[in-house]
Design a protein around this ligand. Structure first.
Ligand code: NDP
Length: 255
């Protein structure tokens, strides 16, 4: 048995939505474990800025700007990888958005946008990655869920439905792709300090609620998810399929 169970040297990881926030932390963790990483986002300037900053830390970084909800763009990105001999061995389906509005006031278009960005994108990018992984007989897919993969919260219905879907998509991927040598698993972060939660972090009542409700009594830092993603991306999890691990300071375990 290799003692380098967590070593990702020689692997290439695509992390969607990695120009900032959790995606960037996932990319930095995978790069620190030896992987070449492909950063993705829509805002090209922000993507290049993050790539430059990671390269200055000595990491091997490529970029691929595309919208994960745009099927043509996703397919074309993978065709470009193929043309350049880039084999995506690790995919982190991280890109996502939040939109807060009570359901009685929610427009169908906003419902759809949140579902497309947080759930359909993981199917779409996952399918293109898995086609290639299946040919090689190996691959790692890590989907990003949330505490809302299990629990609902007022004002975020489409997000909750999408993240519940992420948990089941991870199992659906397992049902069809585990026999092809692909391990699909998911990470469910708790309340983390990122742009997505800017308004919540700035709200003293919400901040106090998070700290009171979380056994660890604090928000999570993006870099604290690196270990979980490295585990799911590496040989250490080669017989682990269809699981979701909550990295949440214990929130989901207590009432
Ligand atoms: P941020 O808002 O900080 O970052 C979102 C990232 O996703 C950005 O890089 C953004 O790119 C990218 N993105 C958004 N839409 C698209 C798209 N259509 N195509 C490509 N890239 C896109 O979010 P977080 O880091 O907070 O969240 C990341 C993931 O983690 C999401 O799936 C979220 O649901 C999940 N999560 C977050 C939690 C938290 O507490 N923050 C808790 C649980 C789960 P650009 O810069 O170009 O806009």
């Amino acid at each position: 048995m290799s003692i380098k169970l967590f070593d990702l040297t020689g692997k290439t990881a695509l992390v969607t939505g990695s120009s900032r926030g959790l995606g960037r932390a996932f990319a930095e963790g995978l790069a620190a474990a030896g992987a070449r990483v492909i950063l993705n986002g829509i805002d090209e300037a922000r993507l290049e800025e993050t790539a430059a900053s990671m390269r200055s830390s000595g990491f091997d970084v490529l970029t691929a700007a595309f919208d994960v909800t745009d099927e043509t763009a996703v397919i074309s990105a993978f065709e470009t990888f193929d043309a350049n001999g880039i084999e995506v061995g690790i995919l982190v389906n991280n890109a996502g958005i939040q939109f807060r509005k009570p359901m009685l006031e929610l427009a169908t278009s906003d419902w759809q946008r949140v579902i497309d960005t947080n759930l359909t994108s993981a199917f779409l990018v996952g399918r293109e990655a898995a086609k290639r992984m299946a040919e090689r007989g190996a691959g790692k897919i890590i989907n990003v869920g949330s505490l809302t993969s299990e629990l609902a919260r007022a004002t975020v219905a489409p997000y909750t439905v999408a993240k519940g879907g992420i948990k089941m998509l991870t199992k659906a991927m397992t049902a069809e792709w585990a026999e092809k040598g692909i391990q699909a698993n998911a990470i469910g972060p708790g309340y983390m300090i990122t742009d997505m939660n800017e308004a919540l972090l700035a709200n003293p009542e919400f901040d106090a609620w998070v700290k009171a409700r979380t056994p660890a009594r604090r928000w999570g830092r993006p870099e604290e998810l690196a270990g979980t993603v490295i585990y799911f991306a590496s040989a250490a999890s080669d017989y682990v399929n269809g699981q979701i691990v909550y990295a949440d300071g214990g929130m989901i375990s207590v009432l």
